[in-house]
Design a protein around this ligand. Sequence first.
Ligand code: CTP
Ligand code: MG
Length: 229
Amino acid sequence: PRYWLIVPAAGSGQRMRADWPKQYLRLDQRFVLDITLSRLLDNAAFAGCMVAIGPNDQRWPQTDASRDRRISTCIGGAERAESVLAALDALSDRTREDDWVLVHDAARPCLHPDDLARLLSELQDHPVGGLLATPVADTLKRTGPGNHDVEATVDRRDLWRALTPQMFRFLALKQALESAIDSDYPVTDEASAIEFAGQIPCIVEGRPDNIKITVPADLALAGFILKRT
Ligand code: CTP
Ligand code: MG
């Protein structure tokens, strides 16, 4: 099977509260989206890459990535899952059912190349696929519904923070996303849709510094992480 890359970059970055979407903020002069894509495509595994951009995106033509012939674009949807599904549809005439698809957030420029390589190698023979995740570091409390009274401290030994890339088979992922969206199931990542479809994703432990730029402080943190790696 071949490997395809999907990068959802159609979000508007509400929590970042910047003047434009966070994938077009700059780190060291470069767009976050360009950093993310170049780090991914430094790995030679991919047969092609589909980036989902917003319907009114004016900035994509200004990226370095827009001049990279390995990369195509499609128009994303209102939710992340719909953007990923649009990208799968846009790739469908080039893919086979059991090809691998890696989905990685545009807003995660700090993915370490070793983590990407390990995800690819550890899951290459897996029937379902899986995702990078990192152990939960904080002590977790559960409260009663709608109040602030601590009911329990949750055992965190079996809890993980889901990261991206997430890697699944083309057809399985497309069908899982379609049926989860149809059922209004809250699809927060690809793995949740695969689980909804009754399959069991495998976790590959990744570095905790593969952060998603979400709030303003994350941009400075990402700049710091990128200088070290
Ligand atoms: N994304 C997308 N299409 C959407 C929503 C999100 O392609 N309709 C992408 C974002 O561009 C981002 C990734 O999914 O790369 C992760 O989403 P998130 O961090 O939530 O980004 P935004 O939705 O842009 O931010 P916010 O939720 O704060 O508005
Ligand atoms: Mg969002």
